[in-house]
Ligand binder design. Structure first.
Ligand code: ZN
Length: 142
């Protein structure tokens, strides 16, 4: 089958896997203390109403997401499904053009425009209905 991604390079790696948790401190007992993954940073992402912690694992990261308000999408996720894998983030370049191209191909976008993510990144989510049931985040670091 012909590739329909035009001139875009394929995403170069899994930037991170997002895991929804009730409490980051408690979760670090496993991911940091027991597994020994290095905690890189903890910050709050206003736009998503979450606190996030990044743990380095090879070229990728594990992102722990804790809601900081009831309006947070993560709070709603935890209510519906409990703790668990929330999304997979793919590292891309040209995030804006890529979103446009995906939209043109009929992919449902949650964010039509990239927004401010953690760690100096621009992010946008694709709808699971268009990605085989997985919430996919596109992520571009500067
Ligand atoms: Zn993420």
């Amino acid at each position: 089958m012909e590739l329909k991604n035009g001139t875009f390079e394929a995403p170069e790696k899994i930037a991170h896997i997002g895991i929804a948790v009730h409490n980051i401190e408690n979760s670090l007992a496993f991911y940091n203390d027991l597994l020994g993954l290095t905690l890189e940073n903890v910050e709050e992402v206003e736009s998503e109403q979450v606190k996030v912690a990044f743990l380095k694992i090879g070229e990728s990261r594990i992102e722990l997401l804790e809601p900081i308000s009831k309006e947070s999408p993560i709070a709603k996720f935890l209510e519906r499904k409990g703790e668990g894998i929330h999304h997979i983030a793919l590292e891309v370049n040209d995030i804006e053009k890529r979103l446009l191209q995906l939209k043109t191909e009929g992919i449902r976008l949650i964010n039509e425009q990239p927004k401010e993510g953690s760690n100096n990144s621009q992010i946008a989510f694709l709808h699971p209905k268009s990605t085989n049931g997985v919430l996919v985040e596109l992520c571009q670091h500067y």
